[in-house]
Write a protein that binds this ligand. Sequence first.
Ligand code: FPP
Length: 250
Amino acid sequence: MQSIRQHKPHADSLHADRLHVGIIMDGNGRWATRRGLPRHAGHEAGVEAIRRVMEAAPEQGVGTLTLYAFSSDNWRRPKAEVTGLMTLLRRYLRNETRQLARNDVRLTVIGRRDRLPEGLADEIGRAEKATARGRTLHMRIAIDYSARDAILQAASRCHGAGELTRAGFAQLVTGEADLRDVDLVIRTSGEKRLSDFLLWESAYAELHFTDVMWPDFGADDLTEALASFHRRERRFGGLQPQSTEPELMA
Ligand code: FPP
């Protein structure tokens, strides 16, 4: 078990002044079924939507994008669908890593790696290494991810660590130094739940729910979600509008 001192998170202050958007990419299965296609076709079309959003995000003021690709509860799906999703992830890493690096995108994966199919964790590690210098966008993909488990893991690492600050604990939860809290969570397909996604990081996030199915989501939908975000007044419990959570007084 690592102590706080041993834990060395990456610095993410690069994106501190740009928005952090989290997306629950929902509706792939329904999108496919409505077209008489197998569910897997919806997941494949979902990868295209990831490309569109990733390309549009930086010019729309987004510095960090966290995408929910596979929750720890998704292991309950039929084996064929799980295998299909894992194959898609592997193919994505193999086919896209070079392009991500060229586009100056840093890719990281959050979630457990010990239950992934053989070799996938190594491929993730290689993709992270190859894109580590990306500065235009930090794209985080959540795989075998549970926010409650991430918080639990962080809490178990703190055992006996002495006085704890929010910032110190956040590093343990996210594995990053200075990761900006989530500003906006988008969920597609009309569902209105958080489903164990970024619960610590989204303490003050605005929520945007849209009926658009994830495979249909594109740059215009991101623009609409951000426009709705910018119309809102964020006060973080105070009376004055703020762009980020103010430091708490000691
Ligand atoms: C939710 O829709 C979507 C998922 C569980 C998988 C998301 C995966 C992708 C978008 C593609 C793979 C990702 C990468 C990074 C290569 P659902 O299947 O629950 O849809 P439904 O609610 O309509 O059944």
